[in-house]
Write a protein that binds this ligand. Structure first.
Ligand code: SF4
Ligand code: SF4
Length: 443
């Protein structure tokens, strides 16, 4: 490998606008600057209703392996690991014969949250990321399946990110997994799945554990849209998300019995982080009992939702309490520093089997396959937000009335700025340019 290759990989990944497709959209070229020992593909996909990665892996196994090798070259990693679940048998069969000696599969247990990258690293390598630290601190860089496929496309074909694969599941006529142009409205995506099958649907952007309530379906598909989950508005997963902050705090203040189940099941606590949600709930009740260090530990909550949806027997959401604390702490520029303690010896057994989780979430009636369908979706209009990533928003480099072609860069940043460029996802004309988004109309 010549010294120029890692730089070329990072440049092409940057120019293609690749960002972490499984999370907050961290620019991938920045991640690939780290020099580490292990590059890990997080292929757990442990949100029960999402079926994207498990279907992309067998379809594009060779590209995935090549993407791992490019990422290993860029990061200097000597080992590549694709961490997936045994039940993704088609993926295991497709990948196994293609693996070079430096890349291996790791079979994860079918538990939630095996896909929380800190937990994935622990399960796949035994390494524990300290609280508030990044995976690179233990010599690991993690990306998910779609991100690694985008790395391969960008390196080999200089192919920008203009499409997103997502699952539409729950109360829909034809549950499916589909690839669509970025910027297409979720309303049109729902139409591909035949529409909702309940009179008063509620919508979640992503999976049932970590997805956010959608106010409407006018939102566009972005580089980080994980899925569209449709449930009756009366479903507990919708109702819980509709609770306002006052109600969440009032519940925490009045009914917490300090049973500490939320802490005993908190994945971060189990692997040795200080985070103890029962103490944070107590802190909002009796502020004088909490040390500043305890309050700061809220910053290390991954918002996995186990404490709310699985643990608490009386309907409190320690996660939402943490979210409120985090917002306040961040306003003051607070940071957490704390020790990594011994992991709980029962940690592995206290993660949540997905089958049991589905029952706990009252999803049995909605849990179903969402097979991959190929549609040549041709939206008449796409809305492309200028911030689909962590960092600065991209700056438009086109004007209203200009003609653009699919793949053309329409918003960019200075070379070294944290962020990622945005590309036209259809051939068309620029209909509007605002501080938030560029709208393109077909033709
Ligand atoms: S959401 Fe709850 S269970 Fe998950 S990390 Fe935060 S405190 Fe722990
Ligand atoms: S599980 Fe619920 S009741 Fe028990 S300590 Fe945590 S917030 Fe309080």
């Amino acid at each position: 490998m010549t010294p120029a290759i890692p730089e070329m990989i990072r440049q092409r990944v940057r120019d293609a606008g690749v960002v972490g497709a499984g999370g907050a959209g961290f620019p991938t070229w920045v991640k690939l600057q780290a020099q580490v020992e292990i590059f890990l593909v997080n292929a757990a996909e442990c949100e029960p209703m999402l079926k994207v990665d498990q279907q992309l892996m067998p379809q594009q196994a060779a590209r995935l392996v090549r993407g791992v090798l490019y990422a290993m070259q860029a990061t200097g990693a000597r080992e590549g690991i694709i961490a997936l679940k045994e039940k993704y048998q088609a993926a295991v069969h497709a990948l196994t014969p293609l693996l070079p000696p430096q890349v291996r599969l790791h079979i994860l247990p079918d538990v939630y949250p095996a896909g929380d990258e800190v937990i994935t690293i622990w399960l796949a390598t035994g390494r524990r990321v300290p609280p508030a630290a990044l995976p690179v601190s233990v010599g690991v860089v993690v990306n998910n399946v779609q991100t690694v496929l985008n790395i391969a496309r960008s390196v080999e074909q200089q192919y920008p990110v203009t499409r997103r694969t997502l699952t539409v599941n729950g109360a829909v006529r034809y549950p499916l997994t589909v690839t669509v142009p970025l910027g297409m409205s979720l309303r049109e995506v729902l139409a591909l799945a035949g529409g909702a099958t309940v009179d008063e649907p509620g919508f979640i952007n992503g999976g049932p554990m970590m997805g956010a309530l959608l106010p409407d379906l006018d939102q566009p598909v972005t580089k980080t849209t994980g899925g569209l989950l449709v449930l009756p508005r009366s479903h507990p997963l919708i109702q819980r998300r509709m609770q306002d902050d006052r109600t969440v705090l009032a519940l925490a203040r009045t009914v917490c019995e300090q049973c500490r189940l939320c802490t005993d099941l908190c994945p971060r606590h189990l692997i040795g982080h200080e985070l103890s949600p029962h103490l944070l709930v107590r802190a909002v009740n009796y502020q004088s009992v909490a040390t500043p260090q305890t309050v700061l530990s809220a910053l290390t909550c991954s918002e996995c939702n186990v404490c709310e949806s699985v643990a608490c027997p009386v309907g409190i959401s320690p996660m939402r309490v943490n979210r409120l604390l985090k917002a306040e702490l961040r306003q003051h520029g607070a940071r957490y520093e704390g020790p990594l303690r011994e992991a709980d010896e029962m940690a592995r057994y206290r993660l949540n089997p997905v089958k049991r989780l589905i029952g706990k979430l009252a999803l049995n009636a909605w849990y179903q396959d969402a097979p991959f369908k190929i549609y040549d979706a041709q939206p008449a209009q796409v809305v492309l937000p200028l911030r689909q990533h962590i960092g600065a928003p991209a700056t438009p480099c086109v004007q209203k009335g200009e003609t653009v072609t699919r793949g053309q860069c329409i918003a960019d940043l200075p070379e070294d700025a944290l962020g990622a460029p945005i590309h036209a996802s259809i051939d068309g004309t620029v209909a509007s340019v605002t501080e938030q988004a560029i709208t393109l109309v077909r033709g």
